[in-house]
Write a new protein. Structure first.
Length: 385
């Protein structure tokens, strides 16, 4: 079904109206975008999740390439839940407030998605020497699952340009690296019994409590370390470890037979998840004694690093606003770099406005972002051999 052409703001309004909270399917939004781009002569690929309930979307115009040339505009379609108190309007209705557009996802990151779709839809493919591509993922907010699935599936059906803009809200200042986010679950097992006969059971909470204290010691040790690239993260120049959830037992009169600990860690570029998990395992085993336990990775968003000698980074450093070279959050770039994508993190809106009530993106950011993206397309997709 052909969708009439829209303005940038009209398209953003339509995208915000899709409730793509990570617990929901993103297929209605993906289908809408496929219809919107149907008459652009673009090559469109829906890449379904394993259960079929969601999809990554890959779109390309211009001559296919085998050398990685061209430009990919990348973003995630999901948003965080809109349950914060203080919303002044329906979170899934984009509204104009002064010189901003407010609504869930306007900054993180449907503003960028709207611009990317518009710019691709306006390009005459015959003017391109290199391809222009879109890569929109699912479930970034809950562990970069869509990007991971893309990597584990061997990449998109059509090779996409290696130079990639990850359109996260950076207030239009580019970043070339970020920490990863690793979630680990530890399960300590005991034996249930009536609390009046505790010798017939074995508490799972007590050794789990000792494990938590050991994790506190590990956290303090990590805070004293300064890994490579620490200077890029001056506010928090160390690996963080946060014990974020503990759950165990069913009642005060029952010896608990199970206790779960879930922690999150922010690893630096160049660090491997398995090495960090080994440190966690060593700390927990020393504290929990002989109590049966399991340790598993729940979710992994790898750290990302773009070489500062990259021509993409050099171009963005000259064309855009200066700022910190890192961002304090994980993105799809961590997985995509495993497919040899070179990713710069840059987009309209501020991360400080994201994940909050009355999330917004400034209209001035959208206008400036559009102009820079158009120049990027001219630079990377209209090159002569």
């Amino acid at each position: 079904m052909r969708v009439p052409r829209l303005t940038d703001i009209e398209l953003l309004t339509r995208l915000v109206a899709f409730d793509t909270t990570s617990s929901n399917s993103n297929l209605p939004l993906v289908d809408f975008l496929c219809d919107y781009l149907d008459d652009t002569r673009a090559r469109i690929h829906r890449l379904r999740s394993e259960d079929g309930s969601k999809a990554n979307l890959a779109v390309a115009v211009g001559p296919p390439t085998e050398d990685g040339g061209g430009l990919t505009l990348c973003g995630h379609t999901d948003v965080v839940p809109a349950v914060e108190p203080g919303w002044e309007s329906d979170p899934f209705e984009a509204v104009r407030r002064d010189d901003t557009i407010a609504g869930r996802g306007t900054a993180d990151m449907k503003g960028f998605l709207a611009l990317a779709v518009q710019i691709l839809s306006e390009v005459d493919p015959q003017t391109l020497d290199r391809p222009l591509a879109l890569l929109f993922t699912y479930d970034e907010e809950v562990g970069t699952r869509g990007a991971r699935h893309l990597v584990e599936a061997g990449g998109p059906p059509e090779p996409l340009p290696r130079r990639t803009i990850i359109g996260e809200p950076t207030s239009l200042s580019p970043a070339r690296l970020h920490k990863g986010h690793l979630r680990v679950r530890i399960v300590v097992e005991g034996k249930a019994a009536h609390s009046g006969l505790p010798h017939l059971g074995r508490s799972a909470i007590e050794p789990a409590a000792r494990a938590v204290l050991a994790l506190e010691d590990l956290r303090r040790a990590l805070e004293a370390e300064r890994p490579k690239y620490a200077d890029a993260f001056r506010q928090v120049p160390f690996v963080t470890l946060n014990v974020g959830r503990i759950a165990g037992g069913i009642a005060a009169n029952v010896v608990p037979d199970r206790c779960e600990i879930e922690l999150g860690a922010r690893l630096f570029p160049g660090m491997e998840a398995r090495d960090f998990v080994d440190r966690v395992r060593e700390a927990v085993e020393g504290a929990a004694g002989s109590s049966p336990r399991t340790l598993e990775i729940v979710a992994e968003s790898p750290p990302a690093l773009l070489d500062e000698e990259s021509d993409l980074w050099s171009w963005f450093s000259e064309e855009t606003l200066p700022g910190p070279v890192s961002v304090p959050f994980a993105t799809d770039a961590g997985w995509l770099q495993r497919l040899d994508f070179d990713c710069v993190i840059w987009g309209p809106g501020s991360i400080e406005a994201a994940h909050r009530a009355n999330e917004f993106v400034p209209l001035a950011d959208l206008a400036r972002a559009r102009a820079i993206l158009v120049r990027a397309v001219d630079r990377w997709c209209r090159m002569t051999p």
